[in-house]
Ligand binder design. Structure first.
Ligand code: FES
Length: 290
């Protein structure tokens, strides 16, 4: 599918511009913007919200296509009210998916993944405009024109959905970066570094076999997470501490040190966390927990 990457490459500048506008929009909104962003990323759900909304939209417009086909090929004439409800629901879900998609898109780093995601988004925005127009045209009694608009919308939305699958399955966008390497397991408390090498309140990288960890000590209390940020693999050992949280340096996801819970997105998957203690001058870990 390298051809898809080639087609999307001219959208590089546009993708960057859209990302900057979305970032600026959330910045202006302040704290409510953060809440909206976390909701649309799916940080509270533990699953990207975009996927839920696209399922709703694609399901609704597929149902519309079936209703329209029954009307056209079997001459059933009393389906229009149901069709309008399904179409309205589909268009509304599609606009929700556009907002969630833009929110995910702003945190994709420059490159083929963002270019293809931009292409996916543009096609789906156009499809959503067609569906919205179809809804209002059909509401005004324009059945034939509304059906044509919806049919064009369906072709566009299906193409956009196919490209969206490429964004997720080829580039792993909004896929848990720790899914395939959940962290080496310590069946019992096992030393990973000397306390003497661990400065106070400073995220410090340590290795447990091939698993990179971020270790944080405050006095005699120590917390250990896997170092790889679940959002897109950012290095949490270069993150910023604030209270009992650590912020990823790449896109600002905030994780609770005690259990790896996501407090702010764009991450939506809990960070891998270990039980940790200090014993005999060593930091020891057990787990992962949870
Ligand atoms: S890699 Fe994106 S927030 Fe950490």
């Amino acid at each position: 599918m390298a051809r898809l990457e080639g087609w999307a490459r001219p959208l590089r500048g546009l993708g960057g511009g859209i990302g900057s506008i979305t970032n600026g929009f959330y910045r202006v909104l302040g704290a409510p913007g953060r809440l909206l962003q976390d909701t649309l990323n799916g940080s509270y759900l533990g699953h990207p919200t975009h996927g839920l909304l696209t399922d709703a939209a694609v399901g609704a417009v597929t149902a519309l296509l079936v209703l329209d086909a029954i009307g056209v090929f079997f001459g059933v004439s009393d389906l229009e009210t149901a069709s309008r409800i399904v179409l309205g629901f589909g268009a509304l879900s599609a606009w929700g998916a556009v907002l969630a998609g833009l929110t995910d898109h702003k945190d994709i780093d420059p490159g083929d993944a963002r270019n293809v995601a931009t292409l996916h988004g543009l096609i789906n925005i156009i499809a959503t405009v067609f569906y919205t127009a179809a809804f209002f045209v059909r509401l005004g009694g324009g059945l034939a024109a509304g059906r044509w608009l919806a049919l064009i919308g369906f072709v566009l939305l299906s193409s956009g959905a196919f490209i969206g699958g490429h964004v997720v399955y080829t580039f792993g966008v909004m896929v848990n970066a720790n899914a395939r390497s959940p962290g080496r397991r310590a069946k019992e408390f096992t030393p990973v570094m000397a306390v003497a090498d661990l400065p106070e309140a400073t995220p410090t990288r340590a290795m447990f076999g091939t698993t990179a960890l971020v270790v944080v000590r405050r006095g005699d209390v120590v917390h250990v997470l896997k170092e790889t940020c679940s959002h897109a693999g950012g290095p949490l050992a270069q993150g910023t501490l604030k209270g009992d949280t650590i912020t990823c340096p790449w896109h600002g996801s905030v994780f609770r040190l005690t259990d790896g819970a996501v407090l702010h997105g764009p991450a939506q998957t809990r960070e891998v966390a270990y039980a940790a203690r200090i014993a005999d001058g060593q930091v020891e870990i057990e787990g992962p927990t949870g």
